[in-house]
Ligand binder design. Structure first.
Ligand SMILES: C[S@@+](CC[C@H](N)C(=O)[O-])C[C@H]1O[C@@H](n2cnc3c(N)ncnc32)[C@H](O)[C@@H]1O
Ligand code: SF4
Length: 336
């Protein structure tokens, strides 16, 4: 029996969207504009694309996704705070009952805007911090010392406020050994969660593949120096490869639960497949329900990925390390 409270037409003609066909989460890239030019940016963000999804179009996506069982929206980019109407996107998502996260570089946040975001209903702010010193932060984020201190100040302020606060850190060869210091600082400041992500050399990051860290060293630093902080802070440590095959395969094939929406309306199962420029649909031509519930389309899409998997063994090449690739979206499943 279906446990969903949402009843819409489904392609199985059962009259309801069953639990296995729900779409719990969207990553909504509301703009590609950015005031940073980070070395690793998966979306090569910077210049705004001319024809971004309007607030009305975003509202339609949110309401359609709600009918598919949507629960969580991550508002991201580019830098989402560069869109004048980003507060409305948050408020509208909240009014529809979503759990809403804003993912930001924090450059444009102020203490007042953090208070406003909390009162507008934002559930969580996720702020990027890739170094514990200006030198490391700026080698990745290409900003100045003042911005480094501003970002830390915003994290500290958000952590002291009632807003749930997460720090996002991407792991590179040049900051791997610094990450335990960032975790320690997060604990000291009362941050709720520290998320650590393996640098995937896609988008602009493709030009900086030398910054990919040795995956075995990464696993060992995470296990030995970062996981102990789990006594004091929630940790979300991405492990897109593990020593044993845990069978945590690509989400396109196994229980998809997420879509990545780009500012031009193109839809991808995840950020990595966006970097391959392989959209599964276009919201300017069809609805998110048309895309999500079209089982045949997902089969055809899965088949189209096979040449990539055959070439690299995974969506991201990771040869010569004797590790098993794991879908990054199943990232927290197997690290022990
Ligand atoms: C694309 S950014 C958008 C939000 C905001 N501009 C920021 O930097 O936080 C979202 C997150 O993705 C991370 N990210 C970007 N490119 C990445 C890559 N190639 N590999 C892993 N994480 C990446 C960023 O560091 C950031 O934490
Ligand atoms: S990672 Fe974020 S801040 Fe950096 S260039 Fe990309 S969108 Fe901008």
């Amino acid at each position: 029996m279906c446990t969903s409270s949402i009843c819409v037409q489904c392609m199985f003609r059962c009259g309801v969207v069953c639990i296995h066909k729900q779409l719990p989460k969207l990553d909504l890239n509301i703009t590609n504009k950015c005031n940073y030019s980070c070395v690793h940016c998966a979306f090569d963000s910077g210049v705004q694309i001319r024809d971004e999804l309007s607030l009305d179009e975003l509202d339609k996506i949110l309401s359609d996704t709600k009918e598919l069982g949507g629960e969580r929206i991550d508002i991201t980019g580019g830098e989402p705070t560069l869109r004048d109407d980003y507060h409305y996107v948050i408020m509208h998502a909240k009014e529809m009952g979503y759990n809403v996260e804003l993912v930001t570089n924090a450059s444009r946040l102020t203490r007042t805007s953090i208070d406003d975001l909390f009162h507008e209903g934002l559930d969580q702010v996720a702020i990027s911090l890739d170094g514990s010193s200006p030198a490391i932060y700026n080698s990745i984020r290409r900003k100045d010392v003042q911005m480094f201190h501003h970002v830390k100040d915003m994290i500290s302020y958000a952590a002291r406020s009632d807003l749930r606060t997460k720090v996002n850190t991407v792991a590179f060869s040049i900051n791997l050994n610094d990450i335990p210091r960032i975790s320690q600082w997060c604990v000291d400041e009362g941050v709720d969660e520290h998320g650590i992500y393996f640098f995937t050399p896609i988008g602009r990051g493709n030009q900086h593949a030398d910054l990919v860290t040795d995956p075995k060293k990464y696993l060992s630093v995470m296990r030995e120096q970062v996981m102990p902080f789990g006594k004091w802070i929630k940790l979300s440590v991405e492990a897109p490869f593990l020593e044993e095959n845990h069978g945590l395969g690509c989400i396109v094939h196994e229980d998809p639960y997420h879509l990545q929406i780009l500012p031009d309306g193109l839809v991808y199962p995840c950020a990595i497949l966006a970097s391959y420029n392989l959209p599964i649909g276009n919201l300017r031509k069809e609805s998110i329900k048309d895309i999500w519930l079209d089982e045949k389309r997902w089969d055809v899409y899965w088949n189209s990925l096979q040449p990539i998997f055959q070439k690299t063994g995974s969506c991201v090449a990771l040869e010569g390390h004797g590790l098993f690739p794991v879908c990054p979206l199943r990232k927290f499943g197997g690290l022990q």
